[in-house]
Design a protein around this ligand. Structure first.
Ligand SMILES: C[S@@+](CC[C@H](N)C(=O)[O-])C[C@H]1O[C@@H](n2cnc3c(N)ncnc32)[C@H](O)[C@@H]1O
Length: 208
């Protein structure tokens, strides 16, 4: 078996000892990421019963499980990921690479003309560990999510999107302020301190 690098060994041991990994396993959530959304929900109440929501970068499905639980069998949750995802009751899934026009079209067709109340994006590329590669890739996915929100959000709708601090970050926030009444960043406790990830929460979409 090939020898593990120091950083992958560190990741494995941190993962096994992580309180959120343990809680996710115990409570039946598919990912520790669910606690990031739950912590944002606690203060911001972005999800509600009957909500219409799209979850971009949904696999393995923690956020979708959580959104479906709050939606309570009413409203609609459409999830998408480049990877496959095991079915979740109350969640429609489209598999594909969100950077491809054909995948975007499939999602838009699925929504038909219906607008949604909330766009979630936890999309993150496979990290190369090289900032000059990772930052533009992550930023591109976030920009696609933001453009998508412009197309599908109902007036007054909300967007929660994962960003990585670095080149382009301030500009994205500035742009969001032109289209949403309230824009804040969130670093939930469940997000690892040394991760550059941060969530942009933009509320009360105004039509563009
Ligand atoms: C941090 S994980 C999401 C975890 C998820 N929120 C949960 O609670 O289970 C990021 C996801 O983004 C997806 N992703 C990355 N690039 C993508 C792309 N181009 N199109 C669609 N999904 C993508 C990955 O496959 C991965 O499943």
């Amino acid at each position: 078996m090939p020898k593990r690098s120091k950083s992958s060994s560190r990741w494995l041991s941190e993962h096994a000892n992580d309180e959120y990994v343990k809680r996710a396993q115990k409570e039946g959530w598919r990912s520790r990421a669910v606690f990031k959304l739950a912590q944002i929900q606690e203060s911001e109440r972005i999800l509600r019963p009957g909500i219409r929501c799209v979850d971009l970068g949904s696999a393995p499905g923690g956020w979708s499980q959580y959104a479906a639980r709050i939606a309570g069998g009413k409203g609609r949750i459409v999830a998408t990921d480049i990877l496959s995802m095991e079915a979740i009751p109350g969640v429609e899934f489209v598999q594909g690479d969100f950077r491809e026009e054909s995948v975007l079209e499939q999602i838009l067709q699925r929504l038909a003309a219906d607008k949604v109340d909330l766009v979630l994006s936890d999309m993150a590329p496979n990290m190369a560990g090289i900032d000059a590669v990772d930052q533009p890739r992550s930023m591109y996915l976030a920009e696609l999510a933001i453009e998508f929100a412009d197309r599908v959000l109902a007036p007054g709708g909300d967007l929660l999107v994962k960003l990585f601090q670095g080149a382009g970050f301030e500009q994205v926030i500035k742009d969001a302020r032109t289209r949403y009444a309230r824009v804040v960043t969130k670093k939930p406790k469940a997000s690892r301190t040394r991760s550059p990830e941060i969530y942009l929460l933009a509320r009360q979409f105004r039509m563009v």
